[in-house]
Design a protein around this ligand. Structure first.
Ligand SMILES: [Zn+2]
Length: 334
C-alpha cells in the first residue's frame, strides 16, 4: 500500500497576547491547531522555546502522516526582506532576527511578514482572491491593516514595509492616530474609528438612540452593528460615514494599483452590507472614469477562526511555489 505523506507547512501568527500555530496543506486544510500565550515582556527566545517544545510534541505524534516542508510566520512589524521583527509596539522586542532564531529549532525554509500581508496571501491562496493577480486586502480591526497584491506578488517596497494604507492622511488635522500623526484613515475606518464616529454623532444629535444609553468606554463595534440592524439612526449614520471615508480613500488607492477587487475582512467588515454598500458607493463617486464599475468590493472568504494560521501558512506556500517556478524557468532556459 502506498503510504505517501501529506505535505504541510507550519503557519505561526505571533499576536500581542496569543501566538497561534497549525499545520496546513496546500489546499488550506488545517490539521493541527494550537496556541500559546505570547508574554510580550519575555524574550523572543522564551516564546520560541515554548512554541517549538509544544509543537515538537505534537509533530512527533503525526510525523508519520505529514511531511513538513516550510514555516511561515505572521507578526506585527515584521520585515520580509530581513526576516526580522523591528520595534513592534505590541511586542517589547527592539530587533529580533526571527528567521535565524527559528533555524535553531527547525532547519526548513522560513519566511516572515506582517500580519496584514499574511492575511492578503491567505486570501489569495485559500480565500476570495483565488486566481486574482491584482487585489488589495484590508483588515478593519482595531486598526486598519492592508496587503497589496500586484502582478501576483505582495508589494513590500524597498524596505519591506509597503502597504500602510491605514496611515494615509485622509483629514488634514483630523483625529489623532497611534502613529503620532493626525487624520490617518485608520482613525476613521476601523472598529475604534467607528466607535469614535458614534461618540461624535451622539454629542451632535439628540436623536432617539439606544447608543445614548451605553457608557462611552463600553461602546463596541458589535453593539453599534446590532443597533444599526435594528434601525438605529445614529448607528446607521456611523456606518455610512465610515464607508464614506474608506470609499474615498480607496478611490485613490485604486488609481495607484488598479486592483480587480478590494477585500474587506474582520472587525467592521463583519457588518457585511452595512459597510460594503457605503464604501462601494463613495469609492465609485470618487473613482477616475477609467476605473468606474471595474473594481469589486468583496468580503473575506477565509473561514473565521483559522485566518491567522492560514495566512501565515499561505506565506510559505507562496514562497515555495515561487521557488518551484524559478527552478522550472531555469530548466527551460538550460
Ligand atoms: Zn497613523
Amino acid at each position: 500500500m502506498g503510504n505517501k505523506k501529506i505535505e504541510v507547512t507550519l503557519g505561526v501568527e505571533i499576536g500581542g497576547t496569543t501566538t497561534v500555530f497549525g499545520l496546513v496543506d496546500s489546499s488550506g486544510k488545517c490539521y493541527v491547531e494550537e496556541k500559546i500565550q505570547t508574554r510580550p515582556h519575555e524574550s523572543p527566545e522564551f516564546l520560541f522555546d515554548q512554541l517549538f517544545t509544544k509543537f515538537g510534541e505534537i509533530y512527533n505524534q503525526v510525523s508519520d502522516k505529514y511531511d513538513m516542508i516550510g514555516i511561515g510566520i505572521g507578526a506585527p512589524s515584521a520585515n520580509y526582506y530581513k526576516g526580522t521583527i523591528e520595534n513592534s509596539s505590541n511586542l517589547n522586542w527592539k530587533y529580533v532576527n526571527v528567521v535565524e532564531l527559528v533555524k535553531k529549532y527547525w532547519d526548513l525554509p522560513t519566511v516572515i511578514t506582517n500580519d496584514a500581508n499574511a492575511a492578503a496571501l491567505g486570501e489569495s491562496k485559500f480565500g476570495n482572491a483565488r486566481g486574482m493577480k491584482n487585489f488589495i486586502q484590508i483588515t478593519l480591526g482595531t486598526g486598519l491593516g492592508s496587503g497589496i497584491f500586484v502582478d501576483g506578488n505582495i508589494v513590500y517596497g524597498h524596505d519591506g514595509f509597503a502597504g500602510e494604507i491605514g496611515h494615509m492622511t485622509v483629514e488634514k488635522n483630523g483625529r489623532s492616530c497611534g502613529c503620532g500623526r493626525k487624520g490617518c484613515l485608520e482613525t476613521y475606518a476601523s472598529t475604534s474609528g467607528l466607535v469614535r464616529t458614534v461618540l461624535e454623532l451622539l454629542s451632535l444629535y439628540n436623536d432617539d438612540s439606544v447608543l445614548h444609553e451605553i457608557a462611552p468606554n463600553e461602546l463596541t463595534s458589535k453593539l453599534i452593528y446590532r443597533a444599526a440592524i435594528n434601525g438605529d439612526t445614529i448607528a446607521n449614520m456611523a456606518f455610512e460615514a465610515t464607508g464614506q471615508k474608506l470609499g474615498e480613500a480607496l478611490a485613490n488607492v485604486v488609481a495607484c494599483f488598479s486592483p480587480e477587487a478590494i477585500i474587506l475582512s474582520e472587525g467592521v467588515a463583519l457588518a457585511g452590507d452595512l459597510i460594503v454598500r457605503p464604501t462601494k458607493h463613495h469609492m465609485e463617486l470618487n473613482l477616475l472614469n477609467l476605473f468606474k464599475s471595474k473594481v469589486d468590493i468583496l468580503l473575506s472568504g477565509m473561514p473565521r477562526g483559522d485566518v491567522a494560521i492560514l495566512g501565515a501558512s499561505a506565506l510559505i506556500w507562496h514562497e515555495l511555489m515561487l521557488e518551484k517556478d524559478k527552478k522550472k524557468l531555469a530548466m527551460i532556459n538550460n
